[in-house]
Design a protein around this ligand. Structure first.
Ligand SMILES: [Zn+2]
Length: 225
């Protein structure tokens, strides 16, 4: 009887509308795992970068459902997955504070939540790291970055962030770990790193749920992202 009741009470899978026992149905859960990178995938970036999966298929749809269709519950499986991947790779662990990439206040008002902050909350539940939601502040709104060339992106991202109110009040005890939902060219993250380095706050690494980059970048292809 209880199982029957649960069948009616549980919300369906936000991606395919099938009955679901967790945030996603079993089918989408399996499809999601197919987007995951092999554990320990390394990206040749100056600052250690850890990404959960390829920005495609179900992972792409899950992030879109989270951001644009208010399926904030999806921050849990995505944030947990990222945390597990991060914990399985060599990493800086002591005195690390997690800082999500912030939205501009106008966009935050429109969306009602910052998806990176929700993901960071789930990430910190598993890793046990402390979260500082307003370590950064976005002072410039940037739209439709995907239409720009990498050069234009970097230009546009200059002085997009300020140190946020939390760190203006009290600096982090150690280093920061920057968390974003999607890592594309790295322009956003680079701007955030620049801001922290300017404030002499060490950056331990960057974590993201998904990337448009193909997988392991060869070491010879020196990246500035
Ligand atoms: Zn589903």
């Amino acid at each position: 009887m209880k199982a029957l009741l649960n069948l009616f009470l549980k919300p369906n899978c936000p991606l395919c509308n099938r009955p679901a026992n967790t945030e996603l149905c079993d089918y989408c859960q399996r499809q999601l795992l197919r987007c995951r990178f092999p554990q320990g995938t390394k990206f040749a970036t100056e600052i250690p970068l850890c990404v959960w999966g390829q920005y495609k298929d179900v992972l792409k749809r899950a992030i879109a459902a989270l951001k644009y269709n208010h399926h904030t519950e999806l921050a849990k499986p995505l944030g947990y997955g990222l945390a597990e991947t991060w914990l399985s790779t060599p990493r800086e662990m002591s005195s690390v504070t997690v800082v999500p990439i912030p939205l501009h206040v106008a966009k935050l008002k429109k969306r009602g939540f910052n998806q990176a902050e929700l993901l960071a909350k789930s990430f910190c539940e598993i890793t046990g790291l402390s979260l500082v939601a307003h370590g950064l502040e976005r002072i410039k709104e940037t739209e439709a970055l995907h239409e720009l060339s990498p050069e234009q992106r970097f230009k546009k991202m200059q002085s997009v962030f300020n140190l946020g109110q939390d760190f203006r009040r009290r600096r982090p005890p150690g280093s920061v770990l920057i968390l974003d939902d999607i890592y594309t060219t790295g322009a956003t993250v680079k701007a955030a790193i620049d801001q922290f380095q300017h404030a002499k706050i060490p950056v331990a690494g960057v974590v993201a749920i998904a990337t448009t980059q193909k997988s392991v970048i060869s070491k010879s292809k020196k990246s500035r992202e």
